[in-house]
Design a protein around this ligand. Sequence first.
Ligand SMILES: *Cc1c(COP(=O)(O)O)cnc(C)c1O
Length: 405
Amino acid sequence: MKNKQIKKETAVVHKGYDSSVHHDSLSVPLYQTSTFAFSNAEQGEKRFAGEEGGNIYSRLGNPTVRVLEERMAELENGQSALAFGSGMAAVSAVLIHVTKTGDHVLCSRGIYGCTFGLLEMMDEKYNISHSFSAMSTEQEIEAAIRPETVCLYVETPINPTMEIVDLELVCKVARKHGLKVIVDNTFSSPYLQNPIDFGADYVLHSATKYINGHGDVIAGLLVGNDAEDMMNLRMTVQKDVGGIISPFDAWLIIRGLKTLHVRMDRHSENAAKLVSFLKSSPIVNKIYYPFDPDHPQYEIAKKQMKAGSGLISFTIHGGKEVAQYLMNALELIKIAVSLGDAETLIQHPATMTHSVIPEMEREKMGITHSLLRLSVGLEHSDDIMGDLQQAFAKVETHFAQSVQK
Ligand SMILES: *Cc1c(COP(=O)(O)O)cnc(C)c1O
């Protein structure tokens, strides 16, 4: 069966691997090697000259890593993919690749904190500027585009308020102005959203999250829709900046990726059940979830995502004291940043992931002390809800008592 005819669920299990040339090993072997021995001096010469394919040195490519890259390119409907040692290594590689001194990057209203930090550094050191736009209409995007703009950098859903950016609209406007579109697709995973289908040039992931899905690796992946451009990126930025993945981490992700579709279905199902539960809780005020019909951009979410994914943010009645009391009252749910793991995680953005943003600005973004973010795991939904329910009850009792005192 030719690879092109198989479905993605099958491709993540089989693509890019032929067991008959690997001692019939069912599992993709781990090539834990830094370098490769040439048969003779002439072969080495040919490989360096690009006249013969094959391995040279693991920073330029590794057979285990290559299987992961092929599967990711397939999952994101791209031409080729590159694996990195962290999500931030993928972000920095693509931004270095598309910009030069004097250029401008237009970002969606919210971006990952360290991506913001990187852009600030690029501005200070290399005079590569950036600005933000809600990108909600063509006019709004065009008003934010400058003569020196080279790319649009988008996250959707936006962390932690789950604001949605319309990928079709953004890509249409970018094409009209000859700009590249880079999408950080970490929150949706390639199973739920494929930005290249809407015209994006690059899609990147923190593979640390849903792609690996087991909370034991830090890694990144970048997929592109132009194979030649990606080869260029591999042989310049990736090779010379060097933020590559280790073969062992690639091997773990190959294992995690096999169950991506099964996991994403369950994360999304569990999250949908939790949204209904949270809505019925008197402690909860607002809920932010892309597939909640009350989400202001529900229709756009439906257009570009297959399901709502596993992230829910919600506000509670009360401030920091109540939020922290609630987190401490949980027994099953872990207090941790990161997301996309089998374990349900909760975090408090105002004092954790978004604590470096000045309070005024943070509050404007809707990241108040009342806001909590849940990464819904793969446990039985009854147990996740049960844990929240008992913690809500403790909050009600505790704060009712403190009011009486
Ligand atoms: C975690 C994360 C990153 C950074 O990835 P690392 O693997 O931690 O380097 C980038 N973007 C988003 C949306 C993330 O959640």
